[in-house]
Write a protein that binds this ligand. Sequence first.
Ligand SMILES: C[S@@+](CC[C@H](N)C(=O)[O-])C[C@H]1O[C@@H](n2cnc3c(N)ncnc32)[C@H](O)[C@@H]1O
Length: 626
Amino acid sequence: MSVESEDEAAENQTRTILELTRRTYDDVRTEFRAWKSAHAEQKVSSMYSAGSPDTTKKFQIPHHCFESPPSPALEMDSETGACMQLEVLNYDVNGKIIDSIVNPIQVYNVVEPFERHPQYQFCSPSSRNTNARMLDEKYAAFLPFPEDPNFPVDLYLDSFEGLQWIDDLVGPDEEVIQFEVVRRLHIDHGVSPEDIDGVLQIYADQEHISYLPLRDSHESGLLWAVSQRDLPDVIWQDGLPSSSKKALPSTFYDFGIINKGIRKFCPNLNCIQDNCGVHVSYEWNLQTPPFRPKEPLYASTQLLALVDGPCENECFSLLSEDAMDDDGLDDLPVSHRTVLNSILKLEPDMRPCELAVLCEMTCSNVLGDDVKTPPPNPTKTKKSNLKLYGPCAHSGPCSSAQACLCFETNRPCERNCRCDDTCMRRFPGCNSTCSGKRHPCSPGPKSKCKCRREERECDPEKCTACNACHHECTNTSLQRGAFQHIAVKQSKFGLGAFATKSLKKGTLIGEYVGELVGDLQLEQRQVIQKHVHLNYCFGTNGGDTIDAQWLGNPTRFLNDSMPRKPNCEAGHILVNGEKRIAITTIKNVKEGAELTLSYGEQYWEGMLLQAKDDKNATRTKATTKR
Ligand SMILES: C[S@@+](CC[C@H](N)C(=O)[O-])C[C@H]1O[C@@H](n2cnc3c(N)ncnc32)[C@H](O)[C@@H]1O
């Protein structure tokens, strides 16, 4: 008799689970289809039975309840044009009026009916940029302007990989089936989540069916998908509805306290926003360095020296050395391991007793190989090809040895950098130029203020001479949101922005905000923008784009001054380490005057090119039709 090797045993186990999965999948699918067709029939038959004589007899309602009470009389005085309306105060049981008064009412003749709002010209108000780059727009979700024969459909679709609705998506029915398979495999047959995940994938590949992994991130996968919708209460073959069945344990869903926290809080050191939509990308110039793993200082046995006493019966400090080497991690649910790894990247030397509380597991469980050797922290990070500005994030001091982005681009470190507060490369603020001045940080080309000269706002922590933290400084308006009120009215070129009071030269009007979009998204959006001849994209000199078409504030209404000279300009300003766009007056502006910019030649070249393309496309279509 041959002894089964470990590999063979594992293979046999996979085969057994695969067979079990196949049977369970087939059963669940058949049961679900039967339920669905029965359910559909049931719905139809109940619709017919609703109007049967029995039902109406059962609910005999007094006849007068179906009769509407006499409508209040509306009479017009032919001479004055005034109208009177009878207001009924009370009816008797037969529906007759027993109490009423007469009210005069004002009649307005609506001469101009409301116009239909143009398509694709809505805009949600926002006071800050939103990073739209993470939105996956590889697939077109719908076709804009379906009834407009002039919309360049082919051009629009060219920028997508395909149509979303014919993409290989897991349909809602398949989700119900897959979820029930997972539930049965675990509850009825005791298969672990890891085995279910691996084997379901093999099964789906063999059967050519779409498959959702159980969980590939905290916001995707089958478990997440089903948690986002109401599953139908299917009555399975044993006669019991899904709602009465034993549910999957919470360990399937729970990603632990820390992972939820990490996701919620923005890693940008300047930002106190939860679920921040601005700093989540490492691509734009508002990039945020992700958390970097720290180097552990202690081995697991050395951690013993740091423990005061056992925290519980299963405390790691009560384990023998051999037991410490045998990590219990393989027995842990994936969710717990994920949490554990997240924490270890942040605090590799945290004691297992503390880790156990955060990860909701036993203390001895958290001590394993992963604890002793968290992923090594590369001393020299890969050279980044990101835009050459933005906060640095590396271990050790800012130098070329650490591939410090700020050092390499010869820029000072900012407050959103991850280096130590005491880093010598940090921007020092304007104390050296503004101390003892009567009007520190005064604007203008001749300003002595170091911050003004470097096109940045004063830093509330560093710039103490101008009292930046107490808002006394004149160079903190953008970060305080000290903007002007703009009236949006009809102008020569669609809507325009108008001054509601006279403004001095150099007044900050507002910040140009919108969605931060990548090149592909820009291409897709511009087909629509060019079609409606309205373009709200603002290129930044770093090659990035802010699109205020669907999200923005009133600064999106500033028109181009052509052919006159503009009275405002848009400029970059560095605010606590982030580049933002400020719209400022460049001359005195009278109350009621339109605020205008110069869009630049490039803008109009792009718009004209598209207009030509559109014309050609229409012509080609017309020729093909003939
Ligand atoms: C940023 S939007 C300005 C607000 C826009 N007028 C509206 O109604 O929403 C830019 C668009 O306004 C129009 N526009 C602005 N200045 C213009 C000008 N000088 N001549 C013609 N159209 C202009 C163009 O349609 C352009 O794409």
